[in-house]
Design a protein. Structure first.
Length: 261
């Protein structure tokens, strides 16, 4: 089985430690926006679809919302349970966006944070319709790494294009406005925020290899990518750190029944 054909739920099993250590979170402004447009309100329950190690779940727990983390990968789910299992309002289930295992009409907001590009959109949409209560919404959320603007950001992108395994096939940026509109099938709101992630050398390497499209240990490209990444860091670090800059894209709306158009 090639990397590109590997089922999405298995792609991160060997990257949990790097993922926990170095993946960016999301700004509190995301929750502010969801509250402001009525998608979140006191007592709301959030289904975090493709919750991974719980990065996005933390965002909602911190504001007092109940969260059901839905994650198919056992290693990622276990990491979320270790980190968040004692938190009030948190529980996790083995499931995916297309078959959550949740009761019908049981949540108020379904969130896909850095995950929608792995879904079967039609099946995931049908499942969201099933689990959402009347008036419920869906939020699609991504940290979109900037690829231009300074030599480090451009060098990082060049690393992935040169040494990545299936970067162009699975990168979430292949999901464009048309796919988002086709999913919602009606009005939705969009928001954009910015944030930066400051990383030391080890954190930078962990961030790089947390991505499923980078070569795993033992892959023919791994050592070459490590050398190139170390050279990039040495050339671009300032006071022992580099900064990855993100645009944070949020799309939120209801899911009306019926077909597109």
């Amino acid at each position: 089985m090639t990397a590109a054909s590997r089922p999405p739920e298995g792609r991160f099993s060997d990257r949990v430690s790097d993922y926990e250590r170095a993946r960016p979170g999301y700004p509190a402004a995301v929750v502010d926006a969801l509250e402001g447009c009525g998608a979140l309100f006191p007592g709301a329950v959030v289904a975090d679809l493709g919750a991974g190690t719980g990065i996005s779940s933390r965002l909602f727990l911190a504001r007092g919302y109940g969260v059901v983390a839905v994650e198919p990968n056992a290693e990622m789910r276990a990491a979320a349970e270790r980190a968040l299992g004692a938190r009030e309002g948190f529980r996790s289930v083995a499931g995916n966006a297309e078959a959550t295992g949740l009761p019908a009409a049981s949540v108020d907001l379904a969130v896909a944070a850095q995950a929608f590009h792995w879904f079967d959109p039609e099946r995931a949409r049908a499942e969201c319709v099933r689990i959402l209560r009347t008036g419920g919404r869906v939020a699609l959320l991504w940290n979109v790494r900037r690829t231009v603007g300074d030599p480090f950001l451009e060098g990082y992108e060049a690393l992935l294009l040169r040494w990545g395994v299936d970067y162009t096939e699975v990168d979430h940026r292949r999901i464009g406005p048309e796919a988002v509109a086709a999913f919602f099938r009606g009005p939705y709101r969009s928001f954009r925020f910015q944030q930066a992630q400051s990383l030391d050398r080890e954190g930078f390497l962990a961030r790089l290899f947390s991505s499923s499209y980078t070569p795993a240990p033992g892959h023919a490209n791994r050592e070459a990518m490590e050398r190139a990444a170390a050279a990039l860091f040495a050339a671009q670090e300032r006071a022992g750190r580099v900064a990855i800059v993100y645009d944070v894209d949020l799309f939120v709306g209801a899911l009306p029944l019926g077909s597109v158009g």
